[in-house]
Design a protein around this ligand. Sequence first.
Ligand code: FAD
Length: 403
Amino acid sequence: MPDRTDYDYLIVGGGMVADSAARGIRERDADGSIGIIALEEDPPATRPALTKKLWTDPEFTFDKVWLNTEADTGAVRHAGLRASRIDTTAQTVGTDSGDVFGYGTLLIATGGTPHTLELPHDERVVYFRSVEDYRRLRGLAGEGREVAVIGGSFIGTELAAALVQNNTAVTLVFPEDVLGGAVFPAELAARFQKLYENAGVALVPGTTLERGSAGPVRLELELSNGDRLETDAVVTGLGIEPNVGIARDAHLEVDDGVIVDDRLCTSDPHIFAAGDIASYPDVILGRRRIEHVDNATSMGTCVGRNMAGADEPYDHTPYFYSAVFGNRYEAVGTLDSSLTTVEEWNEPQTSGVVYYLNDGNVVGVLLWNVPEQRDAARAVIDADGPWTPEKLRGRIPVPAGDR
Ligand SMILES: Cc1cc2nc3c(=O)[nH]c(=O)nc-3n(C[C@H](O)[C@H](O)[C@H](O)COP(=O)(O)OP(=O)(O)OC[C@H]3O[C@@H](n4cnc5c(N)ncnc54)[C@H](O)[C@@H]3O)c2cc1C
């Protein structure tokens, strides 16, 4: 029989939800034992800083990424272990290396694995997600070196901005015709793209990476437009595959994510799921899976409290944020440029609100350099339509800009 370690509360995954869940547990239970099984060797860290502040804010030193979960909550982290099976009858979790952990209640918070491409296993290829990826990319960047960023998503655009502001020659390869074109209305996407052009990023629109190989000195990339690109390193931002395998193998209900109810409980009453992997019933937006930090921290706190018996609904509709070249934008709901959009901008077009409409109802709101209006965005999405441009205008105030 393998050794078995028992915890009142066991968390699989050592990321942002693990941290906030441990804190949520402690809000209600000062003494219960908390164990964390974590694949990553590094402790829980604030991931948004890895693509933004660590590159652009000299005040934000590296030590500030750590969330200090163990020191603050007394949780015990078992690092470098992959949880591979859940026995729902015995209430145990087994790992690849044969360890067995027993639980009173279990939280699955395994996040996602970045999509990969036909690229060599090479130190110079980074599928960006973790603190270790940040360390590696730092070592590959700067000193005028060339880095190709693949993907024009939030992570791709943040990394391109971060790198070019740190003495790195950046080529950004992305499938849209205009950077941000899938999420922003046309004029905003054009202005967004201009930020990158002005900063000296070489843009390759309408293009994907087909494959790459390690040349004698540099990496050689083949692009879908027929071009070949030589570069010192490649970093990708191509989205993630939610890590739901362990839940599916345990016969929990899973579709696009692990299905949870409004208490964040799975189809097994002793097992909860939260964060990037959880498909939950949002009170305003309907059932969905959200891969953003506000969701990870708010849902994490709520799930921790519920694991410790709170029985509270998760009724927070999360927002998303990104920041590039001194612009901060936030969003609630769906950003999809194929929807009807209504825009309101200040005169120099430095701040604005974009409403995304489906059948006359607002399904998403983008706040571009508009602080403190997330509740107003939630309210307009929650309110019944039909909305017209006239009715929307002035609904969320746009700050005046410098003339
Ligand atoms: C680089 C980066 C920048 C981001 N920036 C922003 C931003 O600006 N704005 C925003 O809104 N959101 C942002 N996000 C999203 C946000 O960070 C995530 O939504 C959040 O981290 C999700 O938390 P999580 O705990 O669900 O997953 P994670 O934080 O990814 O943690 C999951 C953990 O589980 C571990 N794990 C997986 N499988 C197993 C297993 N079988 N056994 C043990 N451990 C396992 C993983 O190694 C990982 O450590 C960013 C994400 C990244 C990666």
